[in-house]
Design a protein around this ligand. Structure first.
Ligand code: 26Q
Length: 835
């Protein structure tokens, strides 16, 4: 059929009557439900389609514009995209939220009861995955040609429930009722090879050629999700891959007459995209994980190359001018040898040319300094699973090490240290080193982290490639994390300075003079109190737990990890409890301490910390002596939706990792822009938060990264601190001796032992006193609400730097060299297409 633009019905009407008609017709014709007999979920699915319809043409026009403009594109490769719910975000970004609400209400429904029927897309663990989602929002908002590539996990991050104080994991079957946002591209499907062997032979010109043969293949099928930017003009694409069995796989066994085995094999290859690994640092070496990584990388690169080749007939040497590929941590770093494989084996390029193209195409973001969290894979596993890629990695290593030894003749120890292969204790491929060597830029995610990267884990590389290492401080999208999640504060801000802050967060600085305006401060306090009251009501309804909105909401929400030191928070809670028990009339404001976060299912200590928090909460919340001064609540199943409810209600943001361990943090930024004050160490982005908001408007405690280093070099003895501080000793003894676990007195002994007999790796004891002292200052300030509000308003006013728009602008200019593509009318329903 020929292309006939006049037949296309442009679905862009946003008036209330049209919306109502669309909603009911979608319900009937797409969902197949009788309007007289519907559930909230049916309505959600129908409404989602109404919204998606209004993005679809803009999305096609955006893609068309990139194609016609022949512009350089950026591809963001990430194992995780922690998107959360989409309905309200799309409505607000597309700009018809109010009309939509009115339409729903006129039909006798309310948005909230429908909106919560949406399953959240929890395709990520925590910060790294959520950062990828914020970046997609900013790319589209800035009109940048940016595409996300990842895996369409059938099961995302597990759901956490708390039973008897323990974490219980349940599978997250998020696709059960269908996903209304995605388009299945049954025709966009690529073959991904595994196992087999490599045959090397010389071609007619005498060049060595490699063939990867007799492989076991899996197919990758594309699912596309439109990503609207703020304003709804640019709509980008997120492409996620699902594993499908190959047809020849089936045939082989069907022909043998073994039906069961054929179907079983099919199931096993489709398992590849079944589940997200619920581990946000250690616990590596699982074969399925490596398969997932290569699976999505191989499919993405095939797709990228097809896009490149169909776009303007560029020679392959032009790739780095047309394409930038960002590696979100090392998880997709197998892309470097994979692109080499394509250039060498498919395009027949010589090594030097292929390597030059590869390095100029890739860049790598590092998200952790902890050496034990750096990804490595056993050579044996890689040899079995990806034999051709291992050979290429060997060749990359050989070229690299030759260059190093030319520059540093005879330095054999340097060669051993920087080799892509770790030869000690079972040979392993060091993926971070591979990512550095194969990229033109390597960035850390906050100033301190980027500095430490160069002086610790990657010291040798920073000397070899001094211009390669840069910092790009993380950010968060102000659309989701302020405009959507905190309407009360957003309205207050907009009334004061107008609406432009939503896509130019630096405008928040115009709030600065209002920090001295008593009426504004009063309004700010009312907004915060309202948010707390709303949260308290929800918590009461869902969990039966009473939170007093007049109390200070003191909040630590993030993955449970020893380095993040939730235990230090518990030390403070217990100290406060002991002080109140000893002196029930102690003059301090009422606190409600909220903790939340998931522990990796195999992380024993983290799970025990959750149980401790719940046992401590149980003791304290049942003690009438402290009832009107202290309350502790562990918020179960912390995820993006819970974060959006909690963060607007936070007074005090706990960012208390040991200095030098938290690469950046992004929750810290979200709470700052929502008018919380931070209590934190000089770690990650906390340092830059202090720089922005001013040291009088943040509570900093504890040792610096340098002091921590020195402490451990000197020989840190936690017992010194135990004996020097009676309150600390009491806290530790209560935990270790079963004060909170009378039914099982030794339950928490492993935590006590970790701290006192195992060296207290994260220096909780060393930072305890300073933490407690600063908490006293927090108390004092909270007793003068107006002073507190003044500082909180200054935090908001000075938080503009932490927008991911600023972050993405820096990636675009310093790494990718991509430019915005402003929406024009030329791309709208052209007369002829494809000539
Ligand atoms: C690796 C191998 C096997 C299984 C799982 C993993 C894995 C998965 C997720 C390793 C790491 C992660 C996630 C790491 C992460 O979220 N890091 C955080 O990234 C944020 C964004 O830059 C920072 O703000 C945080 O400081 C950092 O902890």
């Amino acid at each position: 059929m020929s292309y006939q633009p006049d037949l296309i019905q442009e679905i862009d009407s946003m008036d209330v009557e049209t919306l109502k008609r669309a909603m009911i017709n979608r319900l009937i014709y797409s969902i197949g439900k009788d309007p007289l007999e519907t559930s909230h979920r049916d309505w959600f699915l129908a409404l989602a389609q109404v919204v998606r319809d209004r993005m679809t043409l803009r999305w096609m026009e955006t893609m068309r514009g990139y194609y016609l403009g022949d512009v350089k594109r950026v591809y963001y490769l990430s194992m995780e995209f922690l998107i959360g719910r989409t309905l309200r975000n799309s409505l607000l970004n597309m700009g018809f939220y109010d009309e939509f609400i009115q339409a729903i209400e006129e039909m006798g429904m309310d948005l909230d009861s429908i909106r919560i029927m949406e399953e959240e897309a929890g395709l990520g663990n925590g910060g790294l995955g959520r950062l990828a989602a914020c970046f997609l929002d900013s790319l589209a908002t800035l009109h940048l040609p940016g595409f996300g590539y990842g895996i369409r996990y059938e099961y995302g991050m597990f759901a956490q429930s708390i039973e008897n104080g323990y974490q219980i994991e349940r599978p997250d079957n998020w696709l059960r009722y269908g996903n209304p946002w995605e388009f299945a591209r049954t025709e966009v499907i690529y073959r991904v090879q595994f196992r087999g062997h490599v045959a090397a032979q010389h071609d007619s010109q005498g060049r060595l050629c490699h063939q990867w043969l007799d492989t076991e293949d899996v197919m990758a099928m594309a699912f596309d999700t439109p990503i609207p930017g703020h304003g709804g003009q640019t709509v980008n694409n997120l492409r996620l891959w699902a594993a499908k069995a190959t047809r020849d796989f089936d045939l082989k066994y069907f022909n043998e007459g073994n039906y069961i085995k054929a179907v079983d094999g099919k199931n096993r290859s489709e398992n590849l995209s079944k589940v997200l690994y619920p581990d946000d640092t250690t616990e590596m070496g699982r074969e399925l994980r490596l398969k997932q990584e290569y699976f999505f990388v191989s499919a993405s690169l095939q797709d990228i190359m097809i896009g490149f080749e169909s776009d303007g007939g560029h020679p392959v040497e032009d790739l780095p001018n047309e394409v930038a590929i960002q590696l979100n941590d090392t998880h997709p770093s197998i892309a470097i040898p994979e692109l080499m494989r394509i250039l060498l084996d498919k395009h027949g390029l010589d090594w030097d040319k292929a390597w030059d193209i590869t390095c100029r195409t890739f860049s790598y973001t590092n998200h952790t300094l902890q050496p034990e969290a750096l990804e490595t894979w056993p050579v044996k596993l890689m040899e079995a699973l990806l034999p051709r890629l291992l050979l290429i990695i060997y060749d990359i290593n050989q070229h690299f090490l030759r260059e190093v030894s030319n520059r540093h003749p005879g330095d054999l120890d340097l060669i051993r240290r920087v080799s892509l292969i770790d030869e000690d204790g079972g040979r392993r491929v060091r993926m971070a080193y591979l990512a550095i060597v194969g990229s033109h830029k390597v960035n850390g995610v906050a100033k301190l982290h980027s500095e430490l990267m160069k002086t610790t884990i990657f010291r040798d590389f920073a000397q070899i490639f001094p211009d390669r290492f840069i910092n790009i401080t993380n950010g968060v999208t102000p659309r989701r994390w302020l405009n959507h999640s905190n309407p009360a504060l957003s309205n207050l801000i907009t009334r004061a300075i107008g609406p432009t802050w939503v896509d130019d967060l630096s405008r928040l600085k115009e709030l600065t003079p209002l920090a001295d305006d008593k009426t504004f401060l009063k309004e700010f306090l009312e907004v915060k109190h309202g948010n707390k009251a709303r949260l308290a009501e929800m918590v009461k309804r869902r969990h039966g737990v009473e939170l007093d909105p007049d109390a200070m909401f003191d909040t630590q929400i993030k993955r449970i990890h020893e380095y993040k030191r939730q235990l230090l928070n518990v030390f403070h809670i217990i100290t406060r409890y002991n002080r109140l028990r000893a002196n029930p009339n102690l003059d301090c404001p009422k606190r409600c301490v909220i903790l939340g976060g998931k522990a990796a299912p195999g992380y024993r200590v983290a799970k025990l910390i959750i149980k401790l928090i719940n046992d401590v909460a149980d003791t304290i919340n049942h003690d009438p002596v402290v009832a009107d001064k202290l309350k502790v609540w562990f918020a179960p199943n912390y995820n993006v939706s819970r974060a959006m409810e909690l963060i607007p209600a936070v007074d005090l943001s706990e960012q208390i990792s040991m200095a030098g361990t938290e690469a950046s943090g992004t929750g810290n930024m979200k709470m700052t822009i929502n008018g919380a004050l931070t209590i934190g160490t000089l770690d990650g982005a906390n340092i830059e938060i202090r720089e922005e908001v001013g040291e009088d408007n943040i509570f900093i405690f504890g040792k610096t990264a340098a002091e921590i280093q020195e402490l451990f070099q000197r020989g840190y003895n936690p017992w010194d601190y135990y004996y020097a501080n009676a309150e600390l000793q009491q806290v530790l003894d209560m935990i270790g001796n079963g004060y909170f676990s009378m039914d099982e007195p030794l339950r928490f002994r492993p935590l006590f032992d970790e701290l006192l007999h195992n060296g207290d790796r994260y220096a909780l004891l060393a930072d305890y006193q300073s933490y407690i002292q600063v908490q006293e200052e927090v108390d004092k300030l909270y007793q003068t609400p107006e002073e507190w509000a003044r500082k909180a308003v200054l935090n908001v006013a000075r938080s503009g730097y932490f927008s991911s728009d600023r972050t993405i602008g820096e990636y675009a200019s310093q790494i990718w060299n991509v430019l915005p593509v402003l929406p024009t009318d030329d791309v709208r329903l052209p007369e002829r297409w494809n000539d």
